[in-house]
Design a protein around this ligand. Structure first.
Ligand SMILES: [Zn+2]
Length: 242
């Protein structure tokens, strides 16, 4: 293909990506029993329009980080309208279901006196990753799924202050911040690692993917990662993780 052809192909490719993620609409729903309280929480995180804007930016960031450049890379079962449902919820900050993200108002309320907006954006980035990522036909370890979601959050600059430091944690598939830091290390070994892993998860999961992408067994990678930071510190696991 000549240069003009290349540029044209790039433009068409970009349009395909833009069309797919722009075709998605976002809605914010107050499902809190005490409606007024729900409205106050929504105002507290920045309002309905800010919430929708955050969801849109989160989608763009997730797709960029996972390098989903072809429309066939994208999950087809993502709804045309992704909801953000504020609700009374026990146990976790948020959860992602088929219709979108369900956010605990109790969790958000705990951050109202500090940097609530930063935590809100961070949780949206994490949950929006669940909307778009692949699950290896449900064979992917939960720890890896959650690690990829927190990896996206980390790359966006929204890691929480109480997260583990690089090199901390007990297992590579411990999930959340521990796995996110490990994936970040793997990404440092090979640019595009997380994106490659996610693409493989479209159909299946096996530990050997680490060997196929990085040439090393995941347990060896974890040992080398720990050795790099020479860390024996244990980490207190906070409860109520999304
Ligand atoms: Zn999660």
């Amino acid at each position: 293909m000549d240069r003009v052809g290349n540029v044209l192909a790039l433009i068409i490719l970009s349009l395909v990506i833009i069309q797919r993620s722009d075709a998605v609409q976002y809605k914010v729903v107050n499902n809190v029993t005490n409606v007024l309280y729900g409205d106050l929480i929504i105002l507290g995180v920045g309002g309905v329009e800010f919430s929708k804007k955050t969801m849109k930016s989160a989608t763009d960031f997730v797709l960029r980080t996972l390098r989903e450049t072809k429309s066939e890379d994208l999950r087809k079962d993502v709804p045309r309208v992704i909801g953000l449902f504020f609700q009374d919820m026990d146990g976790s900050a948020a959860t992602t279901l088929q219709d979108g993200i369900h956010m605990s108002v109790g969790y958000i309320a705990r951050y109202l006196s500090s940097d609530v907006r930063k935590e809100f954006v961070g949780v949206i980035l994490h949950e929006m990753t669940h909307v778009w990522q692949w699950f290896g036909d449900d064979r992917t370890p939960v720890g890896l799924t959650e690690g990829i979601a927190d990896y996206v959050r980390l790359r966006a600059g929204y890691a929480r202050i109480d997260w583990v430091k690089p090199g901390e944690g007990d297992r590579w598939d411990q999930g959340y911040d521990v796995t996110a830091r490990f994936l970040d290390y793997c990404e440092g070994l090979k640019d595009g690692f997380v994106s490659e892993m996610n693409k493989r998860l479209k159909t299946f999961y096996k530990d050997e993917y680490f060997i196929e992408i990085l040439g090393k067994d995941v347990h060896r990678l974890w040992r080398e990662y720990k050795a790099k930071y020479n860390s024996t510190r244990n980490h207190r696991r906070p409860s109520n993780r999304p």
